[in-house]
Design a binder for this molecule. Sequence first.
Ligand code: UT7
Length: 333
Amino acid sequence: MPGVISTRTGAAHARITGIGAYRPRRVVPNSELVEAIDSSDEWIQERSGIKTRHFAGEGESVIDMSEFATRDALEMAGLEAGEVDAVVLATVSHPYQTPAAAPALADRMGMDKPVAFDISAACAGYCHGISLANDMVRGGSARNVAVIGVERLSDFTSRTDRGTAFIFGDGAGTAIVSAAEEPGIGPTVWGSEGDKWDVIAQNESWIDVHEQKLDWPTIGMQGQRVFRWAVWSMAPVAQRALDVAGVSVDQLDAFIPHQANVRIIDALCKQLRMPEHVPVARDIIDSANTSAASVPLATERMLREGLAPRGGLALQIGFGAGLSYAAQVITLP
Ligand code: UT7
């Protein structure tokens, strides 16, 4: 008799049950950065919308920041750390090639040997993680998944690069994804455009840095190319995420796009014909672009400040280096 593989299935549906955020204490205004890049507070605000960003303190690692965010998310979800059986951590600024940050976070939190791994999808990483968590819960490979978006980009940003010095910030956001009675995470529309691999990238590979004795590598960006791509290519992706979820823009209680530039957010709203009554996340003004952390940080803020209702429908989209993107409609925790 040939063997037949048994399979398993999980919950019918999944949803986000808790969200937590960590913003480092140090707030850095534009005025602290402008001299090194021959810029001004007015220029930065006008071209990006950014007024301040948070920079992690000395020795404050992506694992430390993740721990704070994850504790808050678990509290909102009403779960103990030991009940989490999967940790999916999205980051591009964990300073070890290996091992991943996720197992260390799990151990720090006192979790019970969960599956734990990092994903590298830059600013789209958190929305990739939400999609994976949804599939894991529904596929039966995990019951409660912690999805973390965390960055310490201040380590990988050149203070003298006019195109990026003012853009990036640090922080962490965590969502807990668990089984649900009703659908709480719509189908994800995601993909990549590797022909534009070079438009946001670490400037040199670790091999080049080592062999050619180069300076510490930072992240470079062809700002205008990324800007145009974000404005023209991401609105159709966001619209498809609405369509596959069977939700119209009128039915949204929040729009939470990646916090890359206020002008990109405004352009997306215009193209999606976002109604005036839908609140739109603009956490970028105080937090700048925190890459993988930007969507969960913005979500936590909207809920905490009462800008979006708990249990409401939100459209979220992440996009960035790769180039990669992911969008889905979710029920807010
Ligand atoms: O998270 C991943 C996704 N990332 C994004 O989506 C970021 C997308 N890109 C952007 O947000 C924008 O491209 C930036 C905010 C980075 C830059 O804004 P921009 O409007 O695209 O500026 P630009 O590079 O086209 O430069 C416009 C002008 C130039 O001067 P001229 O040639 O018009 O005289 C630049 O030399 O502004 C000058 N400039 C600056 N001036 C003051 C460029 N950088 C600066 C600066 N301060 N930092």
